[in-house]
Design a protein around this ligand. Structure first.
Ligand SMILES: [Mn+2]
Length: 200
């Protein structure tokens, strides 16, 4: 079904600052094909899962001051991904708008609930027992998703309901986020799913 024949549900975002340089292409109604080239292996693993569980095509070529810390690059990739989601959706005509998913990963259960409302909000309920997963700072999980929610102009509510292994917890969050976003961007036909008539 095509809600808007003119819309490709794709976006290309380029962003360069003194800290990072990012080139990102997203297709929301894709097949889960990824090409990820940037020097944060754990985030590559997570975004591969996000794309696979959302059936998004995602190409990212990026670099940054990871000799300082992964912080800037992770935050800015989140920012570009959020921006790409917003651009790809345009006026959001004909999409479901809401999406939610529980995702288990072995002993862990995570939940993602999304409203593509146009109003940024972000809540993460999770307590990680380690400050790092491999070399990846665990605190950057929240920074990444906060950037996505802000630039994607969505309400994003994430929770790890329970779990033991930190890698499993983060993995379950990224899978749940991908699946919930896929539901939210599903084409339903018709107009904008709001009694106000606009989502911005
Ligand atoms: Mn894994």
């Amino acid at each position: 079904m095509t809600a808007d024949a003119q819309r490709t549900y794709s976006a290309h975002v380029e962003r360069a600052t003194g800290e990072t340089k990012i080139d990102l292409t997203l297709h929301l109604h894709g097949t889960g094909r990824v090409s990820l080239a940037f020097p944060v292996p754990f985030l590559r693993h997570m975004l591969h899962l996000f794309a696979a569980h959302g059936s998004f095509d995602l190409d990212i070529t990026a670099d940054g001051d990871v000799d300082v810390d992964d912080h800037h690059l992770v935050e800015d990739i989140g920012l570009c991904l959020g921006r790409a989601i917003a651009i790809a959706l345009g006026d959001k005509r004909g999409i479901r708008r809401y999406g939610e998913r529980h995702t288990p990963m072995d002993e862990t259960l995570a939940r993602a609930v999304i409203d593509l409302s146009g109003r940024p909000a972000f809540v993460l309920q999770a307590s990680f027992s380690d400050t790092r997963i491999g070399t990846f700072p665990t605190e950057l999980v929240a920074e990444f998703f906060k950037s996505v929610a802000n630039e994607g102009r969505m309400a994003l509510h994430l929770a790890v309901l329970y779990g033991e292994n930190n890698h499993h917890m983060v993995e379950a969050l990224f899978k749940a986020f991908g699946a919930a976003l896929r539901e939210a961007v599903t084409l339903t036909g018709g107009g904008v799913n709001s009694t106000k008539g606009v989502l911005e």
